[in-house]
Design a protein around this ligand. Structure first.
Ligand code: F6R
Length: 607
């Protein structure tokens, strides 16, 4: 993870570096730092914690240099303190790094044997020292990099600033993203186009193994073999204004409330409203010709994929195998060439999902990725991209990206069913009508907010919370538990309601709230039986259901939240709303940092 930026500018770059880092804070916020050349020499300002701490340091001791690099950190090697904050520097250079240098230990030992003294616990300092050694031996910065880069193993992106070199930045990409930005007499490096958005939209993306030498007049790019490389320049229109919170207290709240709009926008991309039919993206294969679909993703995106397994199997009669990407990438799954592999990712940069995509490609799969950032690495490497149109998601806990992913997945499942002739035209129409109703049902679901806010006060007292669901509500139970634990730090688990009696029921007592997500669907009665089992053991139930569900369950609960009636097929999209609001209000009530919860980052580009 971590966000990196480099600027060859015409006047003081420190404020621009900080501005870029604000857009990169989603990649980590354990510490931040910048380095510039002040009268030819490297000067740094670094601070533990959020970017505002660095801003305070810079206002006390401003930097004026017209060339510099910046970093926002998600700690991997070494505690998140100021010493370990990037840039790391020697008297020859400063470097910012995103990723992991896997062989840093032997390299560090080698350098220590030569008498090099290390100041930090980081893997990055090894890189700074290795390049410095080459320079001390008389190599130019470019030659020093050419000698050092082949020695590094792992997934990383690096940007270097050199003492005395007012017109030179060098960046390298090996498994972690790095883009070059072209300005007017100015040049940039950034982890992504968003970081550079206020300065330029002319971007070229480095490929793995590339390294680039920037001066104010342009870039020279070399590939892993050292040959000169051309990488296409493209215009990447990303809004130059950081998404604002508007009247909301947190980005997460704003993003929850944006869902009717962004889901509507996403659906408009996949639905032909006139014909009441799904519009599939252009695919180089037909779902009718595949006998298996594999899905890989991480975290919330994985839970979206898990919901989709139910849809693809039920509607399209297409067997689905789904894995968390960190397992899929290593479990050596046998894949028959010509089958389809689907990947779900908000960022399109998640290291494990990207590695799974590459594995699937290498094994002859048709690759299809559902992405919120189509220009991301996964977007560039997938045969087909199905975009979610959620807009930038700033809150670290994913909300609107999740429901947009679900919208695309359901549209794809319906389209697959049409191709496989497992759905009549009338059934497709009915499902599309259900999909089209989602945005207004989500708006109705917001009416539950006041009640949920009250319940969240109760929830905030809990040490453990259990979420239960069956069918498509099971992945939603997992997602509800993930939302609660990541932003409130309350321990929560999601379980398949029917699995409760096989172990977790032992946990039930009067102190543990049990949240049951149960729209009135084909498995509702079964879920009610499981609720009875909880109630019989003194468990306190929060039931999230609809009018019919509440009437039929007729149970004494701690609270029952009544959701609008909806077609059970789209229930995961609607019932996601109270799950999100519950986590949000609990965390707010507890005074937690909702948008930037501890230890997390928005884009996870390390293993
Ligand atoms: C949880 C959350 C994470 C992400 C996961 C995958 O709220 O946001 O679990 O879903 O890190 O990220 P993407 O979708 O960018 O691949």
């Amino acid at each position: 993870m971590c966000g990196i930026v480099g600027i060859l500018g015409r006047s003081a770059v420190a404020p621009l570096l900080v501005d870029a880092l604000k857009r990169l804070e989603y990649r980590g916020y354990d510490s931040a730092g910048v380095a510039t050349l002040e009268h030819g020499h490297i000067e740094r300002r670094r601070a533990e914690g959020k970017l505002r701490n660095l801003e305070l340091k810079l206002s006390d001791a401003p930097l004026m240099g017209a060339i510099g690099i910046g970093h926002t950190r998600w700690a991997t090697h070494g505690r998140p303190n100021e010493t370990n904050a990037h840039p790391h520097a020697t008297d020859k250079l400063a470097v910012v790094h995103n990723g992991i240098i896997e062989n840093f230990r032997p390299l560090r030992e080698e350098l220590q044997a030569k008498g090099v003294v290390f100041e930090t616990e980081t893997d990055t300092e090894v890189v700074a020292q290795l390049v410095t050694e080459e320079i001390v031996q008389g190599r130019s910065p470019v030659d020093a990099l050419a000698a050092t880069l082949p020695r590094l193993r792992g997934a990383f992106a690096l940007v270097f600033l050199f003492d005395g070199e007012e017109n030179l930045l060098i960046g390298a990409r090996h498994g972690a993203p790095l883009a070059i930005g072209y300005g007017d007499g100015e040049m940039y490096f950034g982890s992504d186009a968003l970081a550079l958005a206020p300065f330029t939209d002319e971007i070229s993306y480095l490929e793995d193994g590339d390294w680039a030498v920037l001066s104010r007049s342009g870039a020279t790019i070399r590939d892993a073999q050292g040959g000169l490389a051309e990488r296409p320049r493209q215009t990447v229109p990303v809004g130059s204004v950081i998404a604002s919170k508007g009247n909301y207290r947190h980005f997460m709240a704003k993003e929850i409330y944006e869902q009717p709009e962004v889901v509507g926008r996403t659906l408009a991309h996949y639905v032909d409203f006139g014909r009441c039919a799904v519009r599939l993206p252009e695919l180089p294969f037909s779902f009718a010709d595949v006998s298996r679909l594999s899905i890989s993703a991480c975290g919330t995106a994985y839970y979206a994929g898990l919901v989709a397994k139910y849809w693809f199997e039920r509607l399209a009669r297409l067997p689905v195998e789904i894995d968390v990407a960190s397992e899929f990438r290593y479990r050596e799954a046998p894949l028959e060439p010509g089958q389809a592999a689907l990947f779900v990712s908000q960022s399109g940069e998640t290291a494990d999902t990207l590695a799974s995509l590459r594995y699937a490609k290498a094994h002859g799969q048709h690759t299809l990725s559902i992405l919120n950032v189509p220009t991301s690495t996964m977007g560039r490497e997938s045969a087909v991209v199905a975009p979610t149109l959620a807009g930038p998601e700033i809150g670290v806990a994913s909300t609107k990206a999740f429901t947009c992913q679900l919208s695309v997945l359901l549209a794809l499942a319906i389209g697959a069913a049409r191709q496989r002739e497992t759905l009549s035209q009338a059934e497709e129409q009915r499902l599309v009508e259900a999909l089209v109703a989602v945005p207004s049902l989500m708006t109705e679901a917001f009416r539950t907010e006041a009640e949920i806010e009250t319940i969240s006060r109760e929830l905030s007292k809990a040490k453990d919370v259990l979420y239960l669901g069956r069918g498509t509500s099971f992945p939603l139970a997992l997602e509800g538990a993930l939302k609660l634990k990541e932003i409130s730090y309350i321990h929560a688990e999601g379980y398949a309601a029917g699995e409760l009696k096989h172990g977790p029921i032992a946990l039930i007592d009067e102190t543990m709230p049990v949240i049951v997500i149960a729209p009135h669907d084909a498995v509702f009665e079964k879920t009610v039986s499981n609720m009875q089992e909880v109630a019989a053991r003194g468990g306190r139930i929060l039931l999230i259901t609809d009018e019919r569900g509440a009437a039929e369950a007729a149970m004494d609960t701690m609270a029952t939240v009544i959701m609008p009636d909806c077609d059970p097929v789209v229930a995961p999209l609607i019932f996601a709303v109270p799950a999100q609001l519950l986590a949000y209000h609990t965390a707010v009530f507890m005074g937690k940092d909702v948008d930037q919860p501890r230890n997390l980052a928005k884009s996870v580009t390390v293993e």
